[in-house]
Design a protein around this ligand. Structure first.
Ligand code: 3HC
Length: 388
């Protein structure tokens, strides 16, 4: 029997409301905390709308009201966490804000309460240092929309205990989701880290005028991706993307510095779906991307090569196995294939050659090929991990 019964979710935004919703659906008592009543009201409305959609399709085991009655919106942090067995933080991606919040959680939560962060990128070890319970601190990284995406990354900080990792893996399964253990705490973990250089490539394509966001999105959608990559950036939030890039710039390197136009979009409140405008106009719902705009100027293989490259680097660093990488990308981003499933049908030296060209054209070191690709040793890597 799991010792997790009561959950506190900090933040009622895009991720927080979804985490509260799936936890309540799985039978947990949830307190959802935000700093303003209007944020709580908005979060509760999003949960209600989403549950009604699910209910109408017969996908709920209980009536909407019963599930909703398990979620209590609160403004006080102390009230939210004081009797929780697990706290899941889903506040904005600002390191100092998270540190301050975790300090308060540590003060008010029960000694055996587990603290988890839904951060998209940040070091779990560094965040855990805000508390006196580093062994009971881990990453629990959900994907947007939480209700539909099956992956949850369970991230071990340097001091996270194995017992806590096991409890969180079981918790994720109890939500009906698929846990992937991330054994090394690197910026971006698995799925987001692999997608990180792709955002740099996208912003480069836009900045250099290679193609417009719609031309890129039309091309990628016509290749079977559920959303175009610019549409997805809007869906996740331009502010979130901006904070993520700032963090990577600091922790991985200067190639990730967010371009000025992205900062301007944040300042002008062009945050994507949540503010009604980003790359696209969302005021009437999801943008209608005109697939006839798919442009030959966009080479979909470039996106794949950049992802394969980062995936190989992660395996070289010992963060994950090729199998886990494929699972993470397929379930975290709803992709039909994982990067290694694609790579095994390609020639590694050809991938490396194109990566050299991209690195030169965009002036980015991060596109330079990983050692394994450069040396033509991908098959050896697969062999080592029994990847067939
Ligand atoms: N609640 C309940 N149901 C919902 C819903 C919600 N919040 N959102 C969508 N749905 C339902 C729709 O009603 C629809 O139901 P129907 O098939 O019965 O009509 C169904 O889901 C599919 O929705 P749509 O028809 O609107 O559109 P799609 O077929 O494109 O599916 C999607 C939507 C699942 C979001 C799909 O576009 C997708 O997989 N996109 C990629 C998402 C992704 O990559 N997420 C990861 C982002 S990165 C991240 O989160 C990490 C973080 O750290 C930044």
């Amino acid at each position: 029997m799991s010792r997790i019964k009561k959950i506190a979710v900090l933040g009622a935004g895009l991720m927080g409301h979804g985490i509260a919703e799936v936890s309540a659906m799985a039978g947990y008592e949830v307190k959802m905390r935000d700093i303003k009543q209007e944020f709580l009201d908005k979060g509760m409305n999003m949960i209600k709308d989403s549950l009604q959609k699910m209910g109408a399709k017969g996908k709920l085991k209980e009536p909407v009201d019963k599930i909703l009655s398990r979620i209590t919106p609160v403004l006080s942090l102390e009230e939210a966490v004081k009797d929780a067995d697990l706290v899941i933080e889903a506040i904005p991606e600002i390191f100092d804000l998270k540190v301050q919040t975790f300090k308060e959680c540590d003060k008010y939560a029960k000694p055996d309460c587990i603290l988890a962060s839904n951060t998209s990128t940040m070091s779990i070890t560094e965040l855990s240092k805000a508390t006196n319970r580093q062994d009971k601190f881990a990453g629990l990284h959900f994907f947007n929309p939480v209700i539909l995406m099956r992956l949850v990354e369970v991230i071990r900080g340097q001091n996270t205990s194995e017992e806590v990792m096991k409890i969180l893996v079981e918790f994720v399964k109890s939500l009906g989701k698929v846990p992937v253990r991330v054994e090394k705490d690197v910026p971006g973990f698995i799925a987001n880290r692999i997608a990180a250089p792709t955002s740099v490539l996208l912003l480069g394509i836009y900045e250099k005028g290679v193609a417009t966001p719609e031309e890129v999105d039309a091309k990628m959608k016509s290749m079977g991706q559920p959303m175009g990559p610019f549409e997805l950036m809007d869906y996740v939030g331009i502010d979130t993307q901006y904070h993520i890039l700032k963090y990577y710039e600091k922790t991985i390197g200067p190639d990730y510095k967010p371009p000025e136009f992205l900062e301007k979009m944040v300042k002008e409140n062009k945050l994507g779906a949540k503010s009604g405008k980003g790359w696209y106009d969302w005021s009437a719902g999801r943008p209608q991307i005109d697939l006839s705009k798919a442009s030959e100027k966009v080479n979909p293989m470039d996106f794949m090569f950049v992802e394969i490259n980062e995936a190989v680097k992660l395996v070289e660093m010992g963060v994950a196995t090729p199998q886990d990488v494929d699972t993470a990308l397929k379930l975290g981003y709803n992709r039909p294939f994982g990067p290694f499933e694609l790579a095994r049908n390609l020639k590694d030296v050809e991938i490396a050659a194109r990566l050299e060209e991209l690195s030169k054209f965009y002036g980015k070191e991060i596109f330079k090929p990983a050692k394994t690709l450069k040396e033509g040793k991908l098959a050896k890597m697969f062999e080592k991990f029994g990847y067939t």
